[in-house]
Write a protein of this length. Structure first.
Length: 408
């Protein structure tokens, strides 16, 4: 997970250097980011099906090869079509890794899905924290092409080796006894698509992901437009340019936030945790719209934002697993994860809005999305899931009882 993180979170470092060399324009270059996220997310249901059927190892091995190819092609891409092709390959490869690891975690730890999904997703959230600095340094010293090549080969090799260690969970975990706010029945993907709870989750995911993906893809352009990207910031005993400091701190907070909010949701409930995180995120976006041109504020507030944004990648898979069971968890989580791809469609739109009306307008729109998602969590999703669990217990009590008996 950590070794595919830079395809998303390190991308922003490459946007300005690519534009400086080829003058394709930021909006055109950011289409590559959108293609990457769309393909990464929209193919995960297929990859999840393969994991559910054949196990995790072979899917991730294939992903390692595709991720490596994507970075190598990026290092020599001399046209937008090549850049977009590499983005597509990277999207498939990252989906193979991400969907497999999260789906497998949901199966291994049915009693602590929030924490398990959070720790797993933390690799993706925090994985770029260690490499943001070295990538930025290599781009400045040797060019972005060299950074693509070197880091692509290293990260691809690590994924290939680690894939051999992935294991299928034992069968008794799939039918293990569940809590009152979970279901033991394994809903098939078709059954999930007939359930309105899935679509409420999907809309909420899109609303929050749109803002986070825009921020992740645009941190360098935002900092440059605010004229703070190279201003030194000193705090916590470190001194770095504002952009590099922000990117590194963002990855740390993102990585910590995913398991923390996953754990918190195991304790107080998924919907309450979502509402807390979404409202804090809205507050961070409001602060950026008012004071984002202050370098220290930019570093701290973007870190806070990503600390509460990344939790969607632990809470939504865990909520899906609780709601629809473990048997088809990888495929079902993959279907929900396509919402990230839908949110990515707004990234180029945000670049256009920022060019016409400034980044403050983008922050305000994302803030509104966060508030709306929080309201949906409390007043729509929670009562719907309560009814869903009652109906599921009534409809599948006999079959679940048999499954639980077999598991013990």
């Amino acid at each position: 997970m950590a070794c595919v993180a830079n395809l998303q979170y390190g991308w922003t470092l490459f946007v300005n250097p690519i534009d400086a060399k080829y003058h394709w324009g930021r909006s055109a270059i950011q289409v590559a980011f959108t293609i990457f996220v769309l393909i990464e997310t929209w193919l995960i249901p297929v990859e999840g099906y393969l994991v559910d059927r054949f196990g995790p190892r072979w899917v991730v091995l294939g992903g390692s090869i595709l991720v490596t190819l994507a970075w190598v092609i990026n290092s020599s891409a001399s046209s937008l079509s090549m850049l977009y092709f590499a983005a597509a390959l990277g999207g498939i490869g990252t989906g193979c890794v991400y969907g497999t690891c999260v789906g497998n975690a949901l199966k291994w730890f049915p009693g602590r899905r929030g924490l398990a999904a959070g720790i797993t997703a933390a690799g993706f959230g925090a994985g770029a924290a260690v490499t943001i600095g070295p990538i930025s340094t290599m781009i400045n010293s040797a060019g972005y092409e060299q950074a693509f090549l070197v880091f692509g080969l290293i990260q691809g090799a690590i994924i290939f080796v680690m894939a051999w260690l992935l294991l299928v969970p034992p069968a008794q975990l799939i039918g293990a006894k569940v809590k009152a706010n979970q279901t033991a029945h394994g809903y098939t993907p078709v059954e999930v698509l007939r359930n309105p709870v899935f679509y409420v989750l999907y809309v909420m995911f899109v609303l929050v992901a749109a803002g986070g993906l825009t921020m992740a893809a645009s941190m360098a352009p935002i900092a440059k437009d605010l004229k703070i990207d190279k201003i030194p910031v000193e705090m916590f005993g470190f001194a770095m340019p504002a952009l590099v400091f922000a990117l590194s701190l963002n990855r740390i907070f993102d990585g910590v936030g995913r398991p923390f909010f996953g754990w918190l949701s195991d304790q107080i409930g998924r919907e309450y945790t979502m509402a807390i995180a979404f409202i804090v995120g809205a507050g961070a976006l409001f602060t950026l719209s008012q004071s984002g041109s202050n370098p220290a504020v930019f570093v701290l507030v973007t870190a806070l934002y990503f600390g509460v944004y990344g939790e969607i990648f632990s809470l939504f898979p865990a909520t899906q697993g609780d709601t629809f069971g473990a048997k088809f968890a990888a495929a079902n989580a993959g279907m929900l994860y396509t919402a990230k791809g839908a949110g990515a469609l707004l990234v180029p739109v945000a670049a256009v809005i920022a060019k016409s009306h400034g980044w403050g307008s983008v922050f305000s729109i994302a803030m509104t999305f966060n508030v709306l998602a929080a309201l949906l969590a409390l007043f729509v999703l929670r009562p719907m899931r309560i009814r869903h669990f009652a109906q599921s217990r009534a409809a599948y009590a006999a079959s679940d009882a048999v499954a639980g008996t077999r598991a013990t």
